[in-house]
Design a protein around this ligand. Structure first.
Ligand code: ZN
Length: 140
């Protein structure tokens, strides 16, 4: 009985792989706790305790390495490269959000002095003062 179920499962897998490479299975998203470790790629730990390594462009990784974001509930749009590797969509698509109290918040950085908002951590491009992390509620 059990064997039959397994056969059916393998059959389905074989069929799926026969279908050929899927160009874009469509963007999906992962949600989990952001874990940062020295000199390593950022990881999210999902609710079912799976750890998924995040890949992304320079700006995306820059944000993901911001110490102020350690331990937040992260929501990243992109697609899986493997069961434990996830490619985040390009930074300009705003693929990264923080989830707090059931709300999706945009990750932004704010300079109080110049009233300038930016989307990556670092010094304000105007006065060079370190910008503040400012998680903003999205208007939807
Ligand atoms: Zn400034």
């Amino acid at each position: 009985m059990r064997f039959g179920v397994l056969c059916a499962l393998f059959g389905a897998l074989a069929l799926a792989s026969l279908a050929g490479p899927v160009v874009d299975a469509g963007a999906t998203s992962v949600q989990g706790t952001l874990i940062q470790r020295e000199n390593q790629k950022p990881v999210v730990e999902t609710k079912d305790r799976k750890r998924i390594t995040l890949e992304g462009d320079e700006s995306t990784l820059h944000v993901l390495h911001d110490k102020r974001l350690a331990g937040v509930m992260l929501d990243a749009k992109g697609h899986f490269l493997a069961a434990d590797r996830f490619q985040v969509e390009p930074f300009h698509t705003r693929a990264l959000h923080v989830v707090k109290n059931g709300k999706r918040l945009a990750v932004t950085y704010w300079c109080d002095v110049c009233s300038i908002r930016s989307y990556e951590p670092g010094p304000c491009w105007c006065c060079q003062r370190e910008t503040d992390l400012d998680l903003r509620e999205l208007k939807e």
